[in-house]
Design a protein around this ligand. Sequence first.
Ligand code: FES
Length: 105
Amino acid sequence: AKITFIDSSGAKRTVEAEPGSTVMENAIRNDIPGIEAECGGACSCATCHVYVDQAWADTVGGPQPMEEDMLDFAYDVRPTSRLSCQIKMTPALDGLVVTTPERQG
Ligand code: FES
């Protein structure tokens, strides 16, 4: 499945993701700028914050309660904000587009 990351300046990077991997893991593996993921995917740092593209928001869905609490610590949270370590890639998410925030934390 493919994921396209758009950074805050509008630059796009498309990467190939294994099914079952998280969006965060793919960002780290491909050195995507703007994703820090300090806690390594434990949903306890909020530095893997991304904005899900509006067209994908319904397919991806919203955050779980624990993630929602953690998002309070993210910078410039919007209605489509998610923690990318909590989004698992499935065939249905092939082509997913997310934007990384200007900064984390
Ligand atoms: Fe820390 Fe996602 S990597 S919350």
